[in-house]
Design a protein around this ligand. Structure first.
Ligand code: PLP
Length: 361
């Protein structure tokens, strides 16, 4: 069976070796005679799986000891409410940098719980750049500053970590999770859904500084209270056991097969460069993002001709490059080239597009 190159923005490709290992272990995990899908979350075997997944998160990101690692449910979108409920509890103010749709949604959700100020915004140019901020932009008494690091839809990556002084900084890293090293000590919270870069859909991984916990509002639903989740080792209720096991396999792949996050970054930069170099040299296609803020993971591009775009998307699919249709608010195409996309997939897509350009101009 031929596998396709899947350029979906999420859920997205998983490393083939991980899928094979999951298949090998499907009926009998590690001599237990049962599948992880069937396993009690209170068993010693599953405890070991979640402990190893956490240890890998800590090792890969060099997470300082005063941070908790949580496995949460409800997707990143649920955390848009959990974050204000847990953390917007001093002045009741929070400052948001809105660099795309996910940041806008997070700000709108938080505004239901308190005083949200959008301190920077790049909507004026359809989010084609990442807005710059300085420490003076933030309200000194804000409970936190929030931003989305990689904009999955618009294809920007924040080229800097905002300087917020003593104000806790919170980042949604859903679509750049484990794609490059990150200095966790600069953040109060780093969190993201797993389905872009870490696992199938079904779990959020949050890395949270301990002093942030324990201030949730009384009305916070128990399941959204990160302190309760931390106190119960992310197992207040039944966690998505199989997805957490998949996280463990993917993180092992990053550590052992790739060689850690520095090597992951190098590989991702190489892949992205091939695609951007082509777009910058093409007479038919162009990137929609300013060069200095371009994402390593999501690459939107356009031809400026809707019929040509549709033809490319159709012919690409027939050639085994699926899900390159762009998001409706950007149009054109988007190639998501997450960690698991092999270099060869990007090279072949570019070859295909060069041929397409020749044949259609
Ligand atoms: C996909 C995505 C989300 C939404 O994730 P869900 O798990 O579907 O709620 C939020 N933020 C970013 C950056 C994303 O890429």
């Amino acid at each position: 069976m031929a596998r396709v190159y899947n350029f979906s923005a999420g859920p997205s490709m998983l490393p083939e070796s991980v899928l094979r290992r999951a298949a090998d272990e499907m009926l009998d995990y590690n001599g237990t005679g049962e599948s992880v899908m069937e396993m009690s979350h209170r068993s010693a075997e599953f405890q070991q799986i979640i402990d190893e997944a956490e240890a890998l998160v800590r090792e890969l990101y060099k997470v300082p000891d005063n941070y908790k690692v949580l496995f949460l449910q409800g997707g990143a979108s649920t955390q848009f409410a959990a974050i204000p409920l847990n953390f917007m509890n001093g002045s009741g103010k929070a400052d948001y940098i809105v660099s795309g749709q996910w940041g806008r949604k997070a700000a709108e959700e938080a505004a239901r719980y308190g005083d949200v100020k959008v301190v920077a915004n790049s909507v004026d140019k359809n989010y084609s750049y990442f807005p710059k901020t300085t420490r003076e932009d933030f309200r000194p008494d804000a409970d936190y500053v929030y931003y989305c690091m990689n904009n999955t839809i618009f294809g920007t990556l924040a080229p800097y970590i905002p300087d917020t002084g003593d104000i806790p900084l919170i980042a949604d890293v859903s679509s750049c999770f484990f794609s490059q090293p990150l200095d966790i000590s600069k953040f109060a919270v780093v969190y993201g859904g797993a389905q872009k870069n870490v696992a199938p859909a079904g779990v959020v991984i949050a890395i949270v500084r301990e002093d942030m916990l324990g201030k949730a509002r009384d009305i916070t639903p128990t399941m959204l209270n990160w302190k309760i989740m931390a106190d119960h080792g992310s197992m207040y209720n039944t966690p998505p056991c199989y997805i957490i096991y998949m996280c463990k396999l993917v993180l092992e792949w990053i550590k052992n097969d790739i060689g850690g996050l520095e090597a992951m970054e190098e590989r991702n930069k190489k892949k992205a460069k091939i695609l951007y170099d082509f777009l910058d040299s093409s007479k038919m296609f162009s990137s929609t993002v300013v060069p200095e803020d371009r994402s390593l993971m999501n690459v939107p591009f356009v031809s400026g001709d809707k019929e040509l775009d549709a033809k490319l998307i159709k012919e690409a699919k027939e050639a085994g490059f699926i899900n390159i249709k762009g998001y409706k608010t950007v149009g054109g195409m988007r190639a998501s080239i997450y960690n698991a996309m092999p270099l060869e997939g990007v090279e072949k897509l570019v070859e295909f597009m060069k041929e397409f350009e020749k044949a259609n101009s």
